[in-house]
Design a binder for this molecule. Structure first.
Ligand code: NAD
Length: 415
């Protein structure tokens, strides 16, 4: 097992959590070797013709981690720091996440190393179509299904679906998180944030607290952060700090989320809606609940000791490094781990895929009700496992998930 360091790469960190749990559940070495590594990885060259006629050479990735429980499933991220290692980590987290919330998928992830804020809409479309064409040999409605992640959205999915359809015929099930007009599911856009709040509500009730007595800080105000803010505010939580890539803002009296969203629509950022706050400062805010909903690795050995929140809800993927995880555990901070807290997105993606196969649309209420069943059931299983085994929620969540994937791998005869 890799030595525990704070500068572990994302895949080293996720693998470290995996081995910790493999030790706990007594996984044999052969199964461990299969589950600790990725099944297939592809790097593709994307020559992008810019609007000014020059060509920039970009690189994209798709990593399939494990498909024992069903088709590979996972989002695609456009980010300057997206690289093969990070995509591997995110793919592995998808394997554990889908197993934990009991949707019949494996785990995958994709990414392009690019800063999309420098690209026009036409450039984004050309890049997206080229990426999809390049990875089309290894994806498929029953093989590997894409979804949005950082800096990708319903429009990105529409371009991907169309590019894939040119090769393979109309295939709405090749992507989830697409526009409702193209077969997307009602409720998908809000699903990750809705799942975050559903799991948080359960944990708050277990702690004997009430939402209206609790303050919250949220890092990241994109799809996940803004929906978490909106739905948490509806439940009565007081959102006192939010941020995006431009910086953060603080309002001790609690933000009006609709006003925040309107300001963001007008200016592109939440900055300017309250007292200015740095993104690092936001993490150290004096709040009850901290919700990282942007990048990974933001809570590290260096700042873990300064975190004041008593509960961290990992809406982002891998926001806490393993060393920070240990420091926070010693401080008695409750962490709702990523593979549980942000699994609402993939759960509704499963519903979307199911609707596409059935060629039938569910009502939004049915989507949200079914989401609630999966999220509350997963939370209950994780809490009970943690109590019965005297461990934390991350260990419990990984233990349940790894056990399920190992069973499927054995039944298929992989090991
Ligand atoms: P998004 O692109 O919609 O939003 C990202 C937000 O983070 C934006 O507000 C952006 O300004 C902000 N941000 C970017 N860099 C930042 C920085 N350095 N400091 C502070 N804020 C920064 O992305 P998203 O889909 O909301 O994803 C956010 C996180 O949630 C990611 O970790 C992603 O993997 C995870 N996640 C997303 C989904 C989903 O359904 N979209 C599902 C599960 C997990």
């Amino acid at each position: 097992m890799t030595e525990l360091r704070d500068d572990m790469t994302p895949f080293e960190a996720v693998t470290w959590y995996f081995h910790q749990v493999a030790d706990r559940i007594g996984l044999d070495d052969q199964t461990r070797a299969v589950l600790a590594s990725t099944y297939r990885e592809i790097r593709v060259q994307i020559p992008l013709r810019r609007d000014n006629g020059t060509v920039e050479t970009l690189f994209g990735y798709r990593v399939q981690h494990n498909g024992a429980r069903g088709p590979y499933k996972g989002g695609v991220r456009y980010h300057p720091h997206a690289d093969l290692d990070e995509v591997r980590a995110l793919a592995a987290l998808m394997t554990w996440k889908t197993a934990l919330v009991e949707v019949p998928f494996g785990g995958a992830k994709g990414g392009i190393t690019v800063d999309p804020s420098h690209l026009s809409a036409a450039e984004l479309e050309r890049m997206t179509r080229r990426f999809m064409a390049q990875v089309s040999y290894i994806v498929g409605v029953n093989r590997d299904i894409m979804a949005p992640d950082m800096n990708t959205n319903a429009q990105t999915m529409a371009w991907m679906m169309d590019a894939y359809g040119q090769r393979s015929g109309h295939s709405p099930g090749i992507v989830t998180g697409k526009p409702v007009a193209l077969g997307g599911s009602l409720g998908r856009e809000a699903a990750t944030g809705r799942g975050v709040v559903m799991v948080l509500d359960e944990a708050v009730r277990d702690a004997g607290k009430r939402p209206e007595d609790l303050t919250m800080a949220i890092q990241g105000f994109g799809n996940v952060g803004s929906w978490t803010a909106r739905l948490a505010a509806e439940q009565g939580y007081k959102i006192v700090a939010v941020s995006d890539v431009e910086g953060g803002v603080h309002n001790g009296g609690g933000f009006d989320i609709e006003k925040l969203l309107a300001h963001q629509r007008d200016t592109g950022s939440v900055v300017g809606t309250g007292e200015a706050l740095g993104n690092d400062e936001l993490l150290e805010s004096d709040v009850d609940i901290l919700v990282p909903a942007a990048l990974g690795g933001v809570i590290r050995e260096a700042n873990a000791d300064r975190i004041k929140a008593r509960m961290i809800v990992e809406a982002a993927n891998h926001p806490v490094t393993p060393l920070a995880d240990q420091i926070l555990a010693e401080k008695g901070v409750t962490i709702l781990p990523d593979i549980l807290a942000n699994a609402g997105g993939v759960t509704v993606s499963y519903f979307e895929w199911t609707q596409n196969i059935q060629q039938f649309q569910w009502e939004e209420r049915r989507v949200n009700d079914e989401l609630g069943k999966h999220m509350r059931s997963a939370y209950g299983q994780v809490r009970n496992y943690a109590q019965a085994n005297e461990t934390d929620l991350r260990q419990a969540a990984f233990s349940i998930a790894v056990d399920r994937v190992a069973e499927a791998a054995h039944l298929r005869g992989y090991v």
